[in-house]
Design a protein around this ligand. Structure first.
Ligand code: NOJ
Length: 578
């Protein structure tokens, strides 16, 4: 055998002893496989999924009764929005007891059974951890508020009023936009980036951090499979609260995200919690830029597993959006994470209006094909796909006209803010009708019975009137439904690791109607063609692209002659390539 030069041996010794940063594939070209990369996550807004006791609010028992349906979708994990005890100022994102279940949702026994039933079906559970803030009704805050000398005082951010008004901080949900609330009890202001009932926890206090890790361990010990950290990029703060430039609120993420010791706290959390259990971790938001996002998720950093960046979900506007911009955003993120780190892929969640209204076309003839096309996109990109309940059916916006119809604090307080500032209320209502979070929170449409089979009582938010046509029972039997296309597409992803791990390459970057890309893993190669428009589209691909079979198609025919393809409105086809 030829002897290896000494320098090569030295290099081999060093590289084997040092932990290598995560890469999508190792030196043998094999992907770095992880269950959470292969997962297809189904997001459930528990309030709206299935009510079992007739109080008009979804619950855990209701979720249990729908687990076979969830399994039938081909998804492998559920992300559940918060189910902890809460006064519901922000539907559970204001937690008053992190170790208790909200009575409207059920009991801890229900939770344990739900988890067991999920695991029996090989479905993993990701819990929402809301620890940038708690509820003002949490025992910690009640104590903290009670006196300046309370041992819990430093669990939150207080500013003594004798020092004058603190520097302005913007609140996302406050009716005046002010994140400082004066409390006469101790003559001080407390900080709330969200509503007044969501005071920000003081992450600079090691006791707070320890409390949170203990809570996370409590749930990890029960066997949950992951955590989504709500608003966590805002958790660390400069507690001197320096002045920010005038107008900073228009760009507040630049000032609020990734401050101070945030990365240290995540590393601590990783050591205390994530490293001890087989749990996945994802934080809401991925910082201000790619560098922040890499710091959050590159494996050698020991922080989180995957980034959940908003650039993609922020593209859609009431006036529409440009497909070339959409392609640029997704392609840039993909290439920035092609070697290290891992992404989430999503176009909707509980903070957005419905997928098809924002990115597709809800006109009767296009609702189904455009939803199928969008689901094809989400399930054929690199990154872990997150699908929001109801989008597997093509549920649409309810589109309220009057402010009295809204339940969401963001909508209601936003309206008060516009009034307070003397702004254009009608323009605000028009935007809300398109973009409000309540659009995405209407009850799941199960069947054509009253309230769509969601509840026997009065639903907390009305059911969309199209439920008689758009519902699970009706679509289950139809082989061409959005629902059954979704099921086929999850199967395609599960059977083809190329769609999970394969390299992504954008074709036709400037085409205004068609999003075309290839995915390649070893000798497996697929071509994805998505017509994002309501017009027919003809394209010509490079000669090197030689199609073999149609893997999945949202319409019954697929037309191509050699490298020329003709796509019907909203057509989505995946081909295997030679
Ligand atoms: C982000 C959550 O997704 C949203 O629903 C919530 O209102 C805020 N964080 C505050 O917790």
């Amino acid at each position: 055998m030829k002897r290896l030069p000494i320098l090569v041996l030295l290099w081999l010794a060093i590289s084997c002893s040092v932990k290598q940063p995560e890469t999508i594939s190792d030196m043998t070209g094999q992907p770095d496989k992880k269950w959470w990369k292969e997962a297809i996550v189904y997001q459930i807004y528990p309030r709206s999924f299935q009510d079992s006791d007739g109080n008009g609010v979804g619950d855990l028992e209701g979720i249990i009764s729908r687990l076979d349906y969830i399994k039938s979708l081909g998804v492998t994990a559920v992300w559940l929005n918060p189910i902890y005890a809460s006064p519901n100022d922000d539907n559970g994102y204001d937690i008053s007891d992190y170790r208790a279940i909200m009575p409207e949702f059920g009991t801890m026994q229900d939770f344990d059974r739900m988890l067991e039933e999920m695991h029996k079906r090989d479905i993993k559970l990701v819990m929402d951890m809301v620890v940038n803030h708690s509820s003002d009704e949490h025992a910690w805050f009640k104590q903290s508020r009670s006196s300046r000398t309370s041992p819990y005082r430093d669990y939150y951010h207080w500013w003594p009023a004798e020092k004058g008004k603190p520097n302005y901080r913007y609140s996302l949900f406050d009716e005046k936009g002010d994140a400082w609330k004066y409390d006469s009890l101790t003559n001080a202001y407390y900080l709330h980036y969200f509503s007044q009932k969501q005071p920000d926890l003081n992450w600079e206090n090691p006791k707070v951090r320890q409390e949170v890790y203990d809570i996370m361990k409590f749930w990890a010990e029960k066997g949950v499979d992951g955590f989504r950290l709500d608003a966590f990029q805002f958790a660390a703060k400069d507690t001197t609260f320096p002045a920010f430039p005038k107008g900073f609120e228009k760009n507040f993420v630049q000032y609020y995200a990734m401050q101070g010791n945030l990365h240290q706290y995540l590393q601590e959390m990783n050591e205390e919690v994530f490293s001890k259990y087989d749990v996945m971790s994802v934080a809401e938001g991925a910082g201000r830029n790619f560098e922040d996002a890499h710091k959050l998720v590159d494996e050698d950093r020991n922080e989180l597993n995957m980034a959940y960046a908003f650039d993609g979900v922020d593209i859609a506007k009431r006036e529409g959006y440009s497909l070339t911009h959409f392609k640029t955003v997704f392609s840039k993120w993909d290439s920035a994470f092609a070697e290290n780190g891992w992404l989430s892929i999503f176009l909707s969640n509980h903070d957005q209006a419905r997928l098809v209204n924002r990115y597709g076309n809800d006109a009767p003839e296009f609702r189904a094909p455009s939803t199928k096309m969008l689901n094809t996109f989400i399930l054929s990109m690199r990154g872990t796909p997150y699908v929001y309940y109801g989008d597997e059916l093509g549920m649409t916006n309810i589109g309220f006209d009057s402010i009295s119809q809204y339940q969401d604090i963001a909508a209601i307080n936003g309206y008060k803010k516009v009034l307070h500032e003397g702004g254009d209320v009608n323009a605000y209502l028009k935007d809300l009708k398109f973009a409000s979070r309540d659009n995405g929170r209407t009850p799941m449409q199960w069947d054509a019975s009253q309230h769509a089979g969601f509840t026997n009582g009065n639903p907390w938010l009305p059911v969309n009137q199209n439920y008689k046509q758009v519902n699970v029972a009706a679509k289950d039997k139809d082989p061409n439904s959005v629902l059954n296309h979704f099921r086929k597409m999850t199967q395609v992803r599960q059977e083809n690791p190329v769609l999970v791990y394969g390299d992504y390459k954008l074709l036709l970057p400037d085409h205004k109607q068609v999003y075309a890309y290839t995915r390649t893993l070893g000798d497996q190669k697929m071509l994805v063609l998505l017509n994002f428009s309501s017009e027919k589209a003809d394209i010509e691909l490079p000669a090197a692209v030689k199609v073999d079979d149609v893997v999945i198609n949202n319409l019954s025919t697929a037309e191509h002659k050699s490298t020329r393809f003709s796509l019907s409105p909203y057509q989505a086809v995946i081909y295997s390539l030679k």
